[in-house]
Design a protein around this ligand. Sequence first.
Ligand SMILES: [Mg+2]
Length: 257
Amino acid sequence: MGGPVRTEVQAYATGLYRRRSGDPMQYLPEEAAGYVAEGFRAVKLKVGFGIAEDAAVTRAVREAIGPDIGLMVDANHAYDAVAAIKLGRLIESFDIGWFEEPVPPEDLAGHKAVKAALTIPVASGECEFTRFGFREVLVQGAMDIIQPDTCSAGGLSECKKIADMAAAFGVRYNPHCWGTGIGLAAALQLMGVLPTHTPTSLAPAQPIFEFDRTEHPIRQAILQEPIEHFRGIVRIPTGPGLGIEIDRDALTRFKAG
Ligand SMILES: [Mg+2]
């Protein structure tokens, strides 16, 4: 992979999903404040539930976590460019680290329109694959931050190639991380070799690790040693391979059929 440039990464808490019941204006700020109390220095909020409500919830979460904690929003392509720009203008003043998947992944022109209209960096790419897919994204200048998923965009070697291309285009790279501890471990290994970004007030200079905080019975259970954070920092495993050992008994337990 080229040798490590860092031994640990800052993590951000992904969570802040809508629940079946309760008032999001109450439970989302509470949940966000909980992540900050755990030591996370950045959190990501799901938006895409209507522009006015998204703006109100974003404000409430920002007020709950204070000005010094990173806050990103993720629409999971809920909007078109017109709506995403409208929402972006309403939340720009809340110092948003990035606006993730504002529009559908296929709509590169829409990404470009949102990127041109807002001061919030546009992040996207969890639904894009291989260096050939990302070549178009980079040539078009469609995103400020690309987020290939290490497990689905082509694996470690392919993602390293994508990362090198992004660096040449001056585009930030922050992996999308989802699923089991194997995926988390793969992303961490890649993050060990990603270049340092140009520092800005909006985003940390080092790539930041997406740490899903939602309940997932398999995620950590299949690892002999779970990947954990300490005050929002995750150490990159140094063992052979991905640096993890699989708990074979747990695999058997989770086997379907
Ligand atoms: Mg996302």
